[in-house]
Design a binder for this molecule. Structure first.
Ligand SMILES: [Zn+2]
Length: 539
């Protein structure tokens, strides 16, 4: 009596076996954080044509799909490919070919590094970046004297870690035509005892950087490739490059089209006159790997170099307010132009005065427009009265800035203002989303350090014991969302990436430890075992 039923079961088993759908890749037995709406977990997924087509448990996926390539991850953790919502990807690649001064602990070490770089490279214009006087015993800006002695004829121009101050030698100053009478709006030529020291702040830097010979195409291509390799190894599958010119964007597009560059790039266009004119005329450009739909604007400088503009003077420098690097009427005009287009406006604002001005300008030009997703990059120091503007404006923030700046930020700001600084949790509570990034090469590229800083609010030595302003730390879930789905949202890309869900690009990474459950102190040591973009292993 049961026989027909048994035959039927066997029949269907055979049918389903032969009718299994062929896919490009099946992943099973993994510990998957999908970062979907419910932050649900899964064990397996199937990928075809570069997209997830089914996510579920291993038995389910194996019963429905077949593939030449099935990977059993034996319980390893998988999260969506990570997005860095604010970085300088191309800049990183360029600096990888220049003198690297990060981590130097004295000015003599800086000099030593420049000397040995030049011995190898024999460059006719020495450039590089990474020095930080706050890391030195004598926390003062350097002077160019030693560089002048070493390089009387070869120009040298090396940027501070934040990219908002530059040390130039006399040969570079001469070429740029800078002397003691030169004046600059929105910048500073630092002097000591009436003499030029060689340190230039914000807009003053442009006098020198404008005369640095342009990169050759070969160097540019190498830069993009080097940066890509570096970022893939650390688990990034999308980078938001905060400020690119048309030439670089065109180069990226051409390399992506021939498969020479695979990284997905959200290119923020530098909002100079030429770029504005071109892109506002031709409109948004979007491919699977490149999205050009935003402008990057600079309001002020950085806090470390006291270029960020504050409503009240710096607590550690009398009568000093910092400066706007773009005049306010120009900023207003740019905002109005962009508001009338489909483009997003992403403005660098660090000081409370810059943030206040930009937030109000945004509100003024956007009026009742919704879903424009305009961003403030950094949103670092905020007046308590201005937080509420972030209901409509996306905070694009960098958790490692908090733990890099915490040693001296209060000296700059005082005990009251510091309460509105690096206030990430408060920003999240107001907007409902935050986009997380690093600003690399200002900070290290490694996204695990972002995760660690965001949750623990400590440096890598575990300082301070109880964390820095821990009320503004984010939970692990919030942090992971900020590095994936919310960052995608800030790019208008939440329907194609940022989570492991059907129909989205198969971008994911495999970790050697469970980032959501291991001790937070171990997070910086997590290794990325594999980075997959479009279902293809890229590292
Ligand atoms: Zn930046």
């Amino acid at each position: 009596m049961y026989k027909p039923l048994i035959y039927l079961v066997i029949f269907f088993a055979l049918i389903s076996c032969t009718s299994k759908q062929q896919v490009d890749l099946i992943v099973t037995n993994a510990n998957i954080y999908t970062v979907d709406e419910n932050f649900s977990k899964a064990e397996a997924f199937a990928i075809t044509n570069g997209k997830f087509i089914s996510v579920g448990n291993s038995r389910e996926i194996e019963s429905k799909f077949k593939s030449e390539l099935i990977i059993n991850f034996e319980g390893k953790t998988i999260v969506p490919g990570l997005i860095d919502a604010h970085c300088h990807f191309y800049g990183l690649g360029l600096y990888m070919q220049k003198v690297d001064l990060t981590g130097t602990s004295s000015y003599s070490e800086v000099i030593k590094k420049i000397k040995s770089f030049q011995k190898e490279e024999n460059s006719d214009f020495i450039t590089g970046r990474g020095w930080d006087q706050n890391d030195w015993k004598i926390k003062e800006y350097p002077t160019k004297d030693k560089l002048d002695k070493l390089f009387p004829k070869i120009p040298v121009a090396v940027k501070r870690i934040d990219g908002h101050a530059l040390l130039a030698n006399q040969a570079a100053l001469d070429l740029a035509g800078i002397d003691k009478n030169t004046e600059v709006n929105g910048g500073e030529i630092i002097k000591k005892d009436g003499k030029i020291t060689g340190v230039l702040i914000d807009n003053a830097m442009a006098l020198v950087t404008n005369i640095i010979p342009a990169e050759s195409k070969k160097v540019s291509i190498q830069a993009l490739k080097n940066a890509e390799k570096y970022c893939f190894n650390l688990g990034l599958t999308t980078v938001d490059d905060a400020g690119l010119d048309k030439e670089t964007i065109d180069l990226i597009d051409s390399l992506q089209q021939i498969g020479e560059l695979k990284m997905r790039i959200y290119a923020m266009v530098s909002a100079n006159e030429k770029n504005l004119e071109y892109y506002l005329k031709y409109g948004i450009f979007k491919s699977d790997r490149l999205n050009v739909r935003s402008f990057k604007v600079y309001a002020d400088g950085a806090l470390g170099s006291r270029g960020a503009i504050l409503k009240k003077p710096y607590s550690d420098r009398e009568n000093h307010y910092g400066a706007m690097v773009t005049p306010i009427d120009a900023l207003g005009k740019i905002a109005k132009l962009i508001a009338a287009s489909d483009f997003q406006m992403n403005t660098h604002a660090i000081g409370d005065s810059a943030n206040s001005f930009i937030l109000k300008s945004y509100a003024k030009v956007l009026k009742s427009q919704t879903n424009r997703r305009w961003r403030i990059e950094h949103a670092q120091v905020l007046d308590q009265d201005d937080f509420d503007y972030f209901t409509e404006i996306i905070p694009s923030i960098q958790p490692t800035h908090a733990t890099s700046d915490m040693y001296w930020a209060e000296e700059r700001l005082g005990s009251e203002r510091i309460k509105g600084a690096y206030a990430y949790k408060k920003l999240l509570d107001i907007n409902g989303k935050v986009a997380l990034g690093t600003d690399f090469p200002v900070e290290k590229v490694n996204p695990m350090l972002t995760f660690y800083a965001s949750v623990s609010r400590k440096d890598l030595d575990g300082f301070p014991d109880n964390g820095f302003e821990t009320e503004n730390g984010l939970s692990r879930e919030e942090t992971l969302k900020g590095m994936t789905i919310w960052a995608a949202y800030s790019n208008f890309e939440e329907n194609e990436k940022g989570s492991i869900e059907n129909g989205k690009f198969a971008d994911f990474i495999v970790l050697d430890k469970d980032i959501m459950t291991i001790s937070i102190d171990d997070v910086p040591n997590i290794n990325v075992l594999g980075t997959y973009l479009n279902g293809e292993k890229v590292n």
